[in-house]
Design a protein around this ligand. Structure first.
Ligand code: SF4
Length: 74
């Protein structure tokens, strides 16, 4: 599964990196959510490949994002 974050819309609430810290983290420069380096696609902060073990928590993070900017697709 692929995850993308529309980072410019992030309000840094922390929900995603608290729910799924293996996949999401807070960027130290702009404070927005980013994909953990290990799972980034082509080094992109905003796009990653989700390992099977993290799919359910990634989906929960997407569901709870208050501004609905985390997208998950096959
Ligand atoms: S849950 Fe959404 S708004 Fe909150 S930090 Fe994550 S991406 Fe940003």
């Amino acid at each position: 599964m692929i995850v993308t974050i529309d980072r410019m819309g992030c309000v840094s609430c922390g929900a995603c990196w608290n729910i799924c810290p293996e996949l999401f983290d807070q960027n130290h420069c702009d404070s927005f959510s980013e994909i953990i380096e290990e799972y980034r696609y082509s080094g992109n902060l905003a796009e990653g490949v989700i390992p099977d073990t993290l799919c359910s928590s990634a989906e929960e993070a997407a569901f709870l994002c208050p501004v609905n900017i985390i997208r998950i697709c096959l």
